[in-house]
Design a protein around this ligand. Structure first.
Ligand code: NAI
Length: 367
């Protein structure tokens, strides 16, 4: 019987607890913040109730899930876990200190996993006595719903830990895509141009509603601005700034003033009541919708090509990750197949007219 330990009972931790408990695993979970421990069972119940009310889950299944979860007071009580996943605050020194303690409490066969979205997994593993058993398991929010988990490897990770972590995560119904320990992994990195190129067009005085309408007509469930409004412009800005810094301020990750201005105004999207487009809905696509889609998809394809050129992943993995992680109707390499030679021409056109601060943004990888 496999037991999962989860450390951190915030948004992600609780979702990860639910994911494995719903798949029949025993789960031990803890948090340093006493109220987070005290409310965890009630929050889990609240998360499951709508499924029961909608008839998607019986009350006995709900009770069985709750019964499989044991909230414990501290790390020493996680002994016996086969896999421990942390979803604590996103700070390197906190995660390093946590894993150093976990190493003492968990048996040598236990796998340690971090749910970090922006820290280096190599750096987190660095201070451990046994870095080979640490890896990244990057869930997406909401964890019980989103199918994708990025399995992040690093040079010291053991094949055995990677294989077992994959099997246990797949047993919870997830699609596991392995990716290299590069900033943003696959999804958060390859998503940048979806927003960035749309923001570039807004700075050229295109309307966000027109851009969203064009993308929706091309099969995207949400346009870039509706997606920023859903997640929050502040969250999107933080993710963009983090990747810009991690990628040596390359113009492909440029932080557009239009995004900064939106955050400065407090127009963060749904949570503030107004965003780039929220509460409006896009209307009919503009006459040049195809050109808008070509431009954004060209930038998406280029970013995916750069990631591929750095090694550690494949076209299929990138396509699958973007379809599952962002609900894209097709992955970047499938976009490439649709557009053909038009992509190279579009990237060359964009590079030729790029303003000084975006010079080399559109250059494809060589070789
Ligand atoms: P959160 O703020 O909702 O929850 C963090 C929890 O960790 C809190 O309950 C806090 O009391 C607890 N905590 C802090 N330090 C601790 C420690 N040393 N030991 C035990 N518990 C501790 O944060 P959230 O959003 O759940 O994020 C957690 C992690 O998941 C972060 O690394 C974040 O980057 C990552 N992540 C977040 C996603 C999101 O959409 N929110 C998506 C994917 C990854």
């Amino acid at each position: 019987m496999t037991t999962i330990a989860v450390i951190g009972l915030g948004t992600m931790g609780l979702g990860i607890v639910q994911t494995w408990a719903a798949a029949g695993f025993d789960v031990l979970a803890t948090d340093t913040h006493e109220p987070a421990r005290a409310t965890a069972q009630a929050r889990l119940l609240a998360a499951l109730t709508p499924r029961v009310e909608a008839g998607k889950m019986g009350p006995s299944d709900r009770d069985a899930i709750l019964a499989r979860v044991r909230i414990v007071a501290d790390l020493s009580m996680l002994q016996g876990a086969d896999l421990a996943v942390e979803a604590v605050v996103e700070r390197l020194e906190v995660k390093q200190a946590l894993f150093a303690k976990l190493e003492q409490h968990l048996g040598p066969g236990a796998i340690l996993a971090t749910n970090t979205s922006s820290l280096s997994v190599t750096a987190i593993a660095g201070g451990l006595r046994h870095p080979e058993r640490l890896l990244g398991l990057h869930f997406f929010n909401p964890a019980p719903v989103m199918k994708l988990v990025e399995l992040v490897s690093h040079p010291a990770a053991s094949t055995d830990a990677l294989t077992r972590a994959r099997a246990i995560t797949e047993a919870a119904g997830k699609t596991v895509i392995q990716c290299p320990d590069r900033p943003g992994f696959i999804v958060n990195r390859c998503a940048r141009p979806f927003y960035g190129e749309a923001l570039a067009m807004v700075e050229e005085v295109r309307s966000p509603l027109d851009i969203d309408a064009a993308m929706m007509a091309a099969g995207y469930r949400l346009g870039p601005f509706a997606l920023i409004d859903l997640v929050g412009a502040d969250i999107n800005l933080a993710a963009t700034e983090s990747l810009f810094a991690a990628m040596d301020r390359h113009p492909r990750y440029h932080v557009f003033d239009a995004l900064r201005a939106q955050v400065a105004k407090g127009d963060l999207g749904r949570k503030s009541g107004t965003g780039f487009v929220f509460p409006q809905k896009p209307g009919a696509p503009p006459a040049d919708a195809d050109a808008i889609v070509l431009r954004i998809e060209a930038a998406l394809i280029n970013e995916a090509a750069w990631l591929l050129s750095e090694g550690g992943t494949t076209r299929e993995w990138i396509d699958t990750a973007l379809k599952l992680g962002l609900n894209f109707p097709r992955g970047p390499f499938e976009m490439q197949a649709r557009h053909g030679a038009a992509i190279e021409t579009e990237l060359a056109r964009l590079e030729a007219r790029a303003p000084a601060h975006l010079t080399s943004r559109y250059l494809p990888p060589t070789g």
